[in-house]
Design a protein around this ligand. Structure first.
Ligand code: UDH
Ligand code: MN
Length: 348
């Protein structure tokens, strides 16, 4: 006791050195673990957003954001203001015959596969613009040229869908719009749907493309009618209904082939549900219709008054729930989603 040989001293010192080395490696291990947690943080933050079904633009942006060397988590975006500070009011519209699709694409680089969302705030509504179309390429070009910047100034999350009727049987605007609603909902759970003629260009960006508590009619006036409502109860051209409102009325009728009546039928459906059509002020809800003649495949529908009389009897089984069609192709082009459909032909 009290006596230690030189061999014993060496052992005692060795014990302390070993203890010191063990503590060093524990410290190094802790430091390594915490480094990994910091690196992981942005990835796990991005994951819940990326899981939103079919939210293609967000998925793409998140994929870009989730690169492993990114260390800083972006601050969550605030909701965009009630009124966008980017609005310009009455616009000077141009319809240059030399305009090319490539020009419109390069003017709208922030649009990805027809979809856009503001980068600095969260849009108040997600809006699908549905445009029935066949053989009106020039009108479509003019509309895309004006509508994309217009919607971006309104700080909306939106996508444009063009629903092309395949073949040359009589045109059916209403059925194409039903198809647009059903197809767009496969991509994303849009809050609001704008049913939009291809030849109507909005003249004032205070005419905001969002849905209200009631169905909204956006074309109070247009150039060709002296900017007056065409008739009391007119509900055509451009209308906005939210997802639930349109579902509640069972969408449009599928049975209006040719020109006329389908918009009045939708009004009847809305009224049957005790909803009330609202309109923006007349000095704002103004449109320019690109001049055109009646299309050869869209003759006046002589049956429209008879069909209108039957709407209260048939609306429950003629509409979204009976809309059969065959999708021929679905292309995600830079400025719009192009859905080409075979919607069949009139029964008789
Ligand atoms: N549409 C097409 N292709 C067609 C027919 C209609 O794309 O062949 C679409 C297009 O979105 C159009 C909408 O359906 O804007 C409504 O059709 P329309 O523009 O022919 O209807 P509108 O009431 O014209 O504007 C009616 C006939 C015009 C007569 C002109 C006489 N001055
Ligand atoms: Mn027209």
């Amino acid at each position: 006791m009290g006596f230690c040989s030189p061999v014993c001293k060496v052992f005692r010192r060795g014990k302390y050195i070993l203890l010191f080395l063990i503590s060093l490696s524990v410290l190094a291990w802790i430091a390594h673990l915490s480094g990994e947690t910091i690196k992981d943080a942005p990835v796990s933050f991005a994951t819940p957003q990326a899981l939103v079904k079919g939210d293609s633009l967000r998925e793409k942006l998140n994929a870009l954001a989730a690169t492993p060397d990114r260390l800083i988590t972006p601050a969550p975006k605030e909701e965009c203001p009630q009124e966008s500070p980017l609005l310009q009011g009455a616009l000077k519209l141009s319809f240059e015959s030399s305009l090319k699709l490539k020009d419109v694409e390069s003017d709208n680089k922030a649009v990805i596969e027809g979809e856009y969302e503001p980068s600095d705030c969260t849009a108040r509504q997600s809006v699908a613009i549905l445009i029935p179309h066949r053989g009106r390429e020039k009108h479509l070009l003019y509309l895309l040229h004006h509508l994309h910047p217009f919607l971006q100034r309104q700080q909306l999350h939106y996508a444009i869908y063009i629903i092309q009727q395949a073949g040359d049987v009589t045109f059916n605007r209403a059925k194409l719009l039903n198809v647009g609603y059903l197809e767009a909902l496969k991509d994303y759970s849009w809050d609001c749907f704008i049913f939009h003629d291809v030849d109507l260009v909005p003249e004032n960006d205070h005419n905001v493309y969002v849905c209200d508590k009631q169905p909204k009619h956006l074309v109070v006036g247009r150039n060709a009618t002296g900017y007056k409502l065409r008739y009391k109860g007119y509900f055509g051209g451009v209308t906005a209904m939210n997802k639930e409102q349109f579902f509640q009325v069972n969408g449009f009728s599928n049975n209006y082939w040719g020109w006329g009546g389908e918009d009045d039928d939708l009004r009847v459906r809305v009224e049957l549900q005790k909803m009330k059509i609202v309109r923006p002020p007349a000095d704002i809800a103004r449109y320019t219709m690109v001049f055109h003649k009646r299309d050869s495949g869209n003759k006046i529908n002589k049956d429209r008054m008879r069909l209108l009389g039957r709407t209260p009897l048939v609306w429950r089984k003629d509409g979204l729930n009976s809309c059969t069609y065959k999708t021929m192709s679905l292309e995600r082009l830079p400025l719009y989603v192009n859905v080409t459909v075979d919607i069949g032909k009139p029964l008789s």
